[in-house]
Write a protein that binds this ligand. Sequence first.
Ligand code: 3SL
Length: 235
Amino acid sequence: MPALDICFSPELLPLFDLRGRVAVVVDILRATSSMVTALAAGVTHIVPCSELAECRALAAQGYLTAAERDGVQAAGVDLGNSPFGYLDGVVPVAGRAVAITTTNGTRAIHLALTADAVVLGAFLNLAAVADFLRRQNKDVVVVCAGWKGNFCLEDTLLGGALAARLQPDFDTTSSDATLAALDLWQAAKADVGGYLLKSAHVRRLNSLESHQDMAFCVKPDAYDLVPIWQEGRIV
Ligand code: 3SL
């Protein structure tokens, strides 16, 4: 039976051997939720960039640019990191490619690339990711993007929700990290949005926009798609 483990922070990734495993990168608030939404809104593909300059350089090749640093949209780009940026029609996104850089999410994607497959997980596509993982029948590591190397509640909750969805087909009892995430999920699942009001990132993003974003990002199973890394891009 394949096993599901959870890496609470990219800083812990050196302790994991991702070869032979599927990595599910999660940054619920908000990078992976926004990327799922972007693809659902008709974006053709996404290039996750480490640096703003890299992102801006791709604008010359016709890419839309999206960038967030410390929770706010960077200067001189088309989009920030709100999922509503892909839905509100202010910037038409259907049929366009997006170059994106964010504080933690895009970094976590790059750090996970030694895995056999790298997919993006969010509450928005939880059922689709669970179905995908069942078909792969490989060990899974949920890579939480965290915040600047630190543990965060929202990504860990997604790990617990995914583990719960994969029971009893996956081993979710061998790793203390997975057991802890499952306990956290039990505590929060009745009202994920309410639970996350106390999280550091929601307090950090203490604005109307971020509360709307959070309410959207915790909706389960809104989109039936699994963003996957293929040849330098997320499709
Ligand atoms: O750090 C990231 O990758 C972002 O998701 C953070 S924020 O929610 O856009 O502030």
